[in-house]
Design a binder for this molecule. Structure first.
Ligand code: FDP
Length: 321
């Protein structure tokens, strides 16, 4: 609300959309906190469009986010990592925003009580009222996002978001059921103390990536100091830790996944917007993640994201500069 006041032209719709997402986050958080007590753990028996086994909580979160925004008149279309195609809102209810989201990231950690998260990305629609919303609204480069963020279901539940005016963190106070501003204006250190990568893929990486990870591990003749390793395997949790403490997260391409594993629209672009707004950077090895023009909804991208100087070092090695 404070930031909305900086924009006299604002109608309040974006703030209300963020409230809708907060409501979804509270419902998902309640369910996550009770997982294990209720019959919601485990696989649902279905695969998503990327071939991953869908967990029951994935599907619950997917529906919860969509239901929270679909009939509000603020959104015209949603697309989720868990759905094959976009879901268009009823014509008479189509609003001016587009919501892309990963309902529950880190699915393999759901059953073992490790932090997981929801990621969201908001664009302004590009289609007109006449033609109606379509996939075109979803296929926009990351620099056009009007807001992005994540909800982390960790030791506490946190909402971290940006609208392009810095990054702000809110912690859910379960006793009153509200997100309270706990981390205003988050800044990420320029040089990180952690590197986060699944090193079991080492033998499948190209020599450039091996050199980058080797440098983060052992140091590189004064260009990079050796770092400590931390890898949770839940993207949101890994990014959040590195954002707060300084660090670099890598999910590079490898011999089996030439585009890496992570999705551009639901994971890389929104997190890149947050991390850049906190003073960090994100690249696919050659290009700024926010400059990539998507051509498909479920497009994947290699991702190196985090403290600015560490990301710059990785990119300079990978581009041979
Ligand atoms: P998951 O498959 O458990 O949903 O985006 C998917 C993701 O988790 C990220 O959250 C995480 O960073 C990454 O994949 C982990 O992949 P690896 O198991 O290959 O390390």
């Amino acid at each position: 609300m404070e930031q909305e006041r900086l924009h006299p032209e604002a109608t309040g719709e974006l703030s209300n959309l963020l409230y809708d997402l907060c409501l979804a986050a509270k419902i998902i958080s309640r369910q996550v906190r009770r997982a294990g007590l209720t019959d919601i753990l485990g696989g649902s028996g279905t695969l998503n469009v990327s071939g991953d086994l869908q967990q029951k909580l994935d599907m619950f979160a997917n529906e919860t986010v969509r239901n929270a925004v679909q009939h509000t008149g603020r959104v015209c279309i949603t697309a989720s990592e868990e759905d094959e195609g976009p879901v268009v809102c009823p014509r008479e209810e189509q609003g001016k925003y587009v919501l892309l989201y990963d309902p529950l990231d880190g699915s393999t950690n759901i059953d073992v009580n490790v932090s997981i998260g929801t990621i969201f990305s908001i664009h302004r629609r590009v289609t007109g009222q006449q033609e109606g919303a379509s996939e075109l609204d979803c296929l926009q480069p990351g620099y056009r996002q009007v807001a992005a963020g994540y909800i982390l279901y960790g030791s506490s539940t946190m909402l971290v978001y940006t609208t392009g005016q810095g990054v702000h963190g809110f912690t859910l106070d379960p006793t009153i059921g509200e997100f309270l501003l706990s981390h205003p204006d988050i800044r990420s250190p320029d040089v990180g103390k952690y590197y986060s990568v699944n090193e079991s893929h080492w033998n499948k990486w190209a020599p450039g990536i091996q050199r980058v990870v080797g440098a983060f591990k052992n140091g590189d003749g004064g260009r990079v100091e050796a770092k400590n390793a931390r890898y949770i395997g839940s993207l949101v949790a890994d990014i959040h830790r590195n954002l707060m403490s300084g660090g670099v997260f890598l999910y590079p391409a490898d011999a089996i996944s030439p585009q890496g594993k992570l999705r551009l629209l639901y994971e890389a672009a929104p997190l890149a917007f947050v991390v850049e707004q906190a003073g960090g950077a994100a690249t696919d090895g050659r290009r700024n993640i926010l400059d990539i023009k998507p051509t498909a909804l479920h497009q994947r991208t290699p991702l190196i994201i985090g403290s600015k100087q560490d990301v710059a070092f990785a990119q300079s090695v990978l581009t041979g500069q």
